[in-house]
Design a protein around this ligand. Structure first.
Ligand code: ADP
Ligand code: MG
Length: 575
């Protein structure tokens, strides 16, 4: 009985995920598998070459599309796979083993490049990876032991062209499946969030650098396998095939085809194929070598795509989210967050000096002070985003979450997806391999967290907007959404930076109601707030900062009566 029910559920899931694209993809794959029957050997080899390019490009789409990194080293990862495989094949290693070794080398190369450069800003990352491509190309040309120098390494024998074609087709299809699994998984969502608003993603606990390195390495692995197999197809490992233009071409393929959908890269390869026909025509017309004309047209195309901000031919499909039984966050026993004599300077400027405070569970502590008095800096110190120069901070076991001063939603993600990004750290079955294989346990967990997200959004009054891209929501809803996301991290202490900034009275009232509700659930809140009327309604305790120092700390009435506070800057306003 239970098996039958499980099967029925699995069937329903499969149907829910079955889209037009899936049908088209499966049909295309089925038809494509029979192509060698109608093609000459030379044609089959040509097609296989195109498919290897497509597979490497799908791997690049993980970094360049999902993670939004302008990676210009993918051709170098192909080269690394080819070098390793060429040596192994020349010594009689079976194709499959050579491919695995090439893939491993690609993962290592991708991981190394990722670790080295992932923290650079986008332009720096593009430049550094481009230089890697040059270095690899120069090394291949100048060090004969790497790939046989000008003659290359001859790789004889191996699969027939039509077998090569089937291998290439399988690799491309598998790459696309892996791409889809990762893009849909928590890893993909977290990367999308980091792509859109890095600081906000970090504030929700996304480990951006680590995830980015992971996808660069995974893409490098696909490139490595592709290079390893393609070298056997070519029959020779030739250094001239792995110039920087290969990396450039792969990025053009991804950007033109669309980096946010699995079909983007293969479509980009088709476009490039059409371009190469055009290049032949242009070549005859202008007496330019066709290969030069090809590079020229590809460069013009890339300039066009980049300067027009075009998102590519294939756009991402809407992600479907399965529901399930809710697993509401089990919040650990809340302990206070304490800071003792904390100090932080930016050069000459002391942004925090000897600050001691406590954020208690079940209470709202308001942090007030003039602009520039160090409130945001203090929140960053308490959250651990910034490291204190002096003093000590004890963070509660249950964790601390912070919302940013500006409304910082991820525009293309829905509210449900925002909460999934926030709750990912609490998941146990969302790792790389489980995501890649979409294991039943991972999917059951996904269902539970989606249900939880909907429940929490309901509590925050956002149920009807749960599946709309957040960029389309009114600012007042965006404000509540970021609060809901901070709550969904499971943290027991929330640090909330100016939650009502720019809000009308009615909107502020909604925010205040939510903050009070969270307090009543036992969470500890530290709220930066300018509006003293709001502070009065909200706070159990007020801490006043001035020029980085705590000048008053106590119950609202006491602080309001404090002479020093009034004299310092509250003179005009009455608490
Ligand atoms: P508040 O949130 O109370 O308006 P902040 O904490 O943002 O104040 O800033 C306190 C002081 O520290 C300001 O003078 C600000 O210019 C300075 N400051 C904040 N962050 C940095 C930084 N990353 N580098 C240099 N100065 C900073
Ligand atoms: Mg501030």
């Amino acid at each position: 009985m239970r098996t039958a029910a499980a099967l029925r559920d699995a069937g329903r899931d499969a149907l829910a995920l079955w889209r037009l694209r899936t049908t088209v993809g499966a049909l295309a794959l089925g038809i494509a598998a029979f192509a060698p029957l109608a093609a000459s050997d030379a044609r089959a080899a040509d097609l296989a070459g195109g498919l290897y390019l497509a597979a490497a490009a799908v791997g690049l789409a993980l970094a360049a599309g999902v993670a939004g990194l302008p990676c210009l080293a993918q051709g170098a990862f192909v080269a690394v796979g080819a070098v390793v495989s060429a040596h192994l094949l020349a010594h009689g290693t079976p194709t499959v083993l050579a491919a695995l070794a090439g893939g491993t080398a690609g993962v290592l190369a991708g991981g190394t490049v990722g670790i080295a450069f992932v923290r650079l800003p986008p332009a720096g990352f593009a430049a550094a990876t481009w230089i890697v491509s040059w270095l690899v190309a120069l090394a291949l040309q100048s060090l004969p032991w790497l790939l046989g120098g000008a003659q290359g390494i001859v790789v004889a024998g191996g699969p027939t062209p039509s077998q090569q074609y089937e291998l290439a087709l399988a690799l491309t299809a598998l790459s696309m499946l892996a791409y889809t699994a990762l893009a849909r998984a928590p890893i993909g969502l977290a990367l999308a969030a980091a792509r859109e608003r890095e600081a906000a993603a970090r504030a929700l606990g996304v480990r951006t650098a680590r995830l980015r390195v992971t996808v660069i390495a995974a893409g490098g692995g696909i490139a490595g396998v592709s290079g390893a197999l393609a070298v056997q197809l070519a029959g020779v490992g030739d250094p001239a095939s792995y110039g920087p233009f290969l990396s450039f071409k792969l990025l053009v393929v991804v950007l033109v085809g669309g980096g946010l959908a699995a079909f983007g890269a293969p479509v980009g390869v088709l476009v490039l194929g059409a371009l190469s026909l055009a290049a032949d025509a242009l070549g005859t017309l202008e007496h330019v070598a066709a290969s030069r004309a090809h590079e020229l047209l590809a460069a013009i195309m890339l300039l066009g795509v980049v300067s027009l901000g075009w998102e590519g031919i294939v756009r991402p499909a809407r992600r479907e989210r399965l529901g399930g039984d809710s697993a509401l966050p089990q919040r650990p026993e809340t302990a206070p967050l304490t800071a003792v004599d904390v100090g932080k300077s930016f050069g000459e400027l002391a942004a925090a000096t000897d600050v001691s405070l406590e954020v208690e569970p079940g209470r709202i502590t308001a942090l007030v002070g003039p602009n520039g008095s160090g409130k945001t800096t203090l929140l960053r110190l308490l959250a651990g985003t910034l490291v204190a120069d002096t003093g000590r901070i004890d963070r509660a076991e249950g964790g601390v979450a912070r919302t940013l001063q500006s409304t910082a939603v991820f525009p293309s993600l829905t509210p449900v997806e925002h909460l999934l990004v926030a709750s990912a750290a609490r998941r146990r079955r969302s790792g790389f391999l489980r995501s890649l294989l979409a294991t039943p346990l991972a999917r059951a967990e996904e269902g539970a967290f989606v249900a939880e997200a909907r429940h929490v959004l309901g509590q925050f009054g956002l149920a009807t907007q749960a599946d709309v891209p957040a960029g389309a929501l009114p600012v007042s809803d965006q404000r509540l959404l970021m609060l809901a996301a901070a709550y969904a991290t499971g943290a027991s202490i929330l640090l909330v930076d100016e939650p009502t900034a720019g809000a009308s009275t009615g909107e502020a009232r909604r925010v205040i109601a939510q903050l009070l509700r969270l307090r009543d659930q036992g969470l500890g809140l530290l709220v930066v707030e300018h509006n003293l009327g709001v502070v009065r309604n909200l706070a159990d305790r007020i801490i006043v900062l001035d020029a980085g120092r705590v000048v008053a700390d106590g119950p609202p009435d006491e602080v309001a009566a404090n002479e020093r506070v009034r004299a310092a800057y509250l003179g005009r306003q009455t608490l």
